[in-house]
Design a protein around this ligand. Structure first.
Ligand code: GDP
Ligand code: MG
Length: 729
């Protein structure tokens, strides 16, 4: 049954024309008094329309909904306690930015809202053009234009009020301010606590209560105490703890940071809905933005930053990598010296230390990469990147919000895929999930660094950058293809937040860097350790193989050959001959070790795979390496370590591997084809599991595995065969 009486509250900034609209709506039927207990004027009026009885209340004018002034408290309490059917926010259209602050706060309450863009005439005079449809779409709120003092738009406002009040639509919760990872986490945890302790007792939106507690809102604190007895104190204590944590983290009061985010959200809206901007306050953030989000310069600058990031990751990372490498080599030798010869020694030295060691040396590179990403995020530049990419994303029929998930993919695809949960449309989600693995995750970086470092010398940074770029280009191309074939449909609108630039705290940067790097370290002790042991076992068994020749005898022959001449030689000659003999024996040992591995289980698997990989320039060892990479992409490197560097006796394992790679059939061209293959082919187990979970479909999971592997092969084929055809090696 439709309700027959409707209560409407008019909210808005002082001088936005509230009283004028109020008069337009109610005519002369109004009652003036004071709000209970305070000397703030309360006006209430009545009217009848379309068979409904409307009560209109003119709330005190406010800029915000905090608890700083009597007016704000009165206005907020009315909305919270009296629960009007509709809140109409009167917005001075000629001063959109300031007025939207209240508007975004109203959107956080569980109340139906209508935006009235009043002073439409003044806005027009000032050359401000507002895209009302866009605004309405972005915030999911009906928008009506009025000119209060000419009484235009009143009828339409009335119709909108009635239809919104009647409608039973659930309030969309998604178009709201996003307060950044750390604050959102605090909000989420606090909300869960409130929900658990007192969910049913609080008559307010729980997220809003959590936000207000983090802002230290005294009235909300009082209410929580009052409504959630006996848990009130526990909730408030937790809120205070979280506030302290945030304060330390940001070096600033949480409410200030949150205000910044609201303005960021508003800046994002303005950027989309304001057509002509003639009278805008120019502050520092905006001046920076005029360059960084410039239509022509923005994208090249962004590309430059990313390029610089990879240069830094590669060149700066090389120093500590050398130290760790030496450390790993020393550890292997020391442990090898202590343990008695045998299977167990081989397992520890060749399986565990060499396997995990070959991956752990990339920790510095990964720390640098994550430090740069934290720097982009904490300064506010990442939001600009998402904003810039929003246009590019529209090419694929996605928006900037998907880009955030894609960006996270540079760290690790599994959590990035989980992050698509925030996307409203199912189609957008699946599409974003499908192209996410093309964002080259940090686990693939060691493979690139190894191959590029071996084959591209000083140009390694550029080679790696081009692989990342290839991933992005492919993501766009495939996204477009999928969008126009598998997922036809509209794009849901979304506000790209543009928070003010801020100087990040060093502590904050370190925490963010560490949060991500932890995952890498955890994998070391888990999946990479196990994977390395499995790869080693497959290469160490069967223990006895049928060798093609008798190496023992041959070694004895070499010794015998040199034996006589060494006995006769003196001085320099003696030294030269001994060296020659040692070299001959070690070459023989390497050949034997190679043969042993070729005849091990892993070698047999490799020989089966090899024909499939030959056209893209990979031998059986590379084939096995990418196969094991399904467990975790870092394992590609440790497998290559086992297979290529077998029998090598350099102290530093990674140097041995590079030398062995250079000596193998691999060329810069085939190395590059392999890098491309590793970029594109089937994502690792953890990512596949995330895809399965988030799409809730085996069909899409299978599709993702298949398309990526086929595409990887095709791209590598084009690179390798194409490169050969034009004479590259
Ligand atoms: P309140 O403080 O929000 O209640 O604002 P008022 O309703 O008192 O309006 C403030 C001033 O703006 C008054 O002089 C109104 O006549 C004027 N005003 C209201 N709406 C409009 C409008 O759409 N265009 C113009 N030019 N003036 C308006
Ligand atoms: Mg007034």
């Amino acid at each position: 049954m439709p309700q027959k009486s409707i209560t409407v509250a008019l909210a808005g900034n002082p001088n936005s024309g509230k009283s004028t609209i109020f008069n337009n709506l109610t005519g002369t039927r109004q009652k003036v008094g004071n709000w209970p207990g305070v000397t703030v004027e309360k006006k209430e009026g009545h009217l009848k329309a379309n068979g409904y009885d409307l009560t209109v209340v003119d709330l005190p004018g406010t800029y915000s909904l905090t608890a700083y002034s009597i007016e704000e408290v009165v206005a907020r309490n009315f909305i919270l306690d009296e629960k009007p059917d509709v809140v109409v926010d009167i917005i001075d259209a000629s001063n959109l930015e300031r007025n939207l602050y209240l508007a975004t706060q109203l959107r956080e309450l569980d109340t139906k809202v209508i935006f009235v863009l009043n002073m439409a005439d003044v806005a027009r005079e000032r050359g401000v053009k507002i895209d009302a449809d866009k605004l309405s779409e972005l915030l999911d709120v009906p928008v009506v234009f009025t000119v209060g003092n000419k009484n235009t738009g009143t009828r339409q406002l009335l119709e909108t009020i009635i239809s919104v009040a009647k409608s039973e639509v659930e309030l969309p919760r998604t178009r709201r301010v996003y307060y950044g990872k750390d604050i959102e986490k605090a909000i989420h945890e606090l909300s869960e606590l409130i929900e658990e302790k007192a969910g049913s007792k609080l008559p307010y939106n729980i997220r809003w209560v959590a936000i207000k507690l983090l802002e230290n809102d005294r009235i909300v604190k009082e209410r929580v105490r009052q409504f959630t007895n006996p848990h009130g104190e526990a909730i408030l204590q937790e809120a205070e703890l979280k506030r302290q944590g945030l304060r330390e983290f940001f070096d600033e009061e949480p409410e200030i940071v949150m205000t910044d985010h609201r303005y960021g959200f508003i800046a994002g809206i303005l950027k989309e809905v304001l057509k002509t901007v003639s009278e805008r306050r120019v502050d520092i953030s905006r001046q920076i933005d005029q360059v960084l989000t410039n239509r022509l310069l923005g994208l090249p600058i962004f590309v430059f930053f990313i390029w610089a990031m990879f240069q830094l990751t590669f060149s700066l990372g090389a120093y500590p990598t050398g130290w760790i490498d030496a450390g790993v080599g020393w550890l292997g030798q020391t442990v090898g010296g202590i343990l008695p010869d045998g299977l167990f020694r081989d397992l520890i030295v060749d399986g565990v230390i060499a396997g995990v060691g070959s991956v752990v040396i990339f920790l510095p590179n990964i720390l640098i990469l994550f430090f740069c990403i934290a720097l982009f995020e904490d300064t506010g530049y990442m939001a600009r990147a998402a904003f810039l990419m929003d246009k590019v994303m529209h090419l694929i029929g996605l928006h900037g919000k998907s880009f955030i998930s894609l960006l996270m993919g540079f760290g690790c695809n599994a959590p990035a895929i989980m992050a698509t949960r925030t996307l409203e449309s199912e189609k957008d989600r699946i599409l974003t999930i499908l192209i996410n693995p093309l964002m080259s995750c940090s686990a693939r970086l060691p493979v690139y660094i190894l191959l590029a470092g071996t084959f591209f010398g000083a140009k390694a940074g550029n080679a790696i950058f081009s692989i990342y770029a290839l991933g992005i280009v492919l993501a766009i191309a495939l996204g477009r293809l999928f969008r126009f074939t598998l997922f036809k449909g509209e794009v849901a609108p979304f506000v790209m937040e543009l928070p003010p630039y801020r100087l990040p705290t060093f502590k904050g940067l370190l925490i963010h860097m560490w949060d991500r790097s932890k995952i890498f370290l955890k994998k070391m002790g888990g999946v990479i350790l196990i994977g390395s042991v499995i790869v080693w076992s497959l290469s160490a068994f069967p223990r006895q193989v049928q060798f093609s020749k008798d190496y023992e005898t041959e070694a004895a022959q070499i010794r015998a050959q040199y034996g006589a001449s060494i006995a006769a030689a003196k001085g320099d000659d003696l030294e030269r001959l001994s060296r020659e003999r040692d070299k001959a024996i070690s070459t023989l040992e390497t050949v034997q070790a190679r043969e042993k591995i070729e005849k091990s289980y892993i070698g047999r698997i490799g020989k089966v795979l090899a024909p499939m990989f030959a056209p893209i320039g990979m031998d059986w060892r590379g084939s096995v390496a990418v196969l094991t990479g399904f467990v975790a992409k870092e394992i590609v490197v440790s497998t290559m370590g086992v297979l290529y560097a077998a029998g090598a006796d350099e102290d530093e394992k990674s140097e041995a591997l590079k030398v062995a790679l250079k000596k193998s059939d691999m060329t810069p061209l085939s190395a590059y084809a392999m890098m491309a293959f590793v970029l594109i082919y089937v994502p690792c187990v953890a990512t596949v599991a995330a895809i399965r979970r988030e799409t809730n479909s085996w069909k899409w999971t299978a599709f993702s595995i298949t398309y990526s592997t086929i595409l990887a092969w095709l791209v590598a084929f084009v690179i390798y065969q194409g490169g050969k055809a034009i004479g590259l090696a």
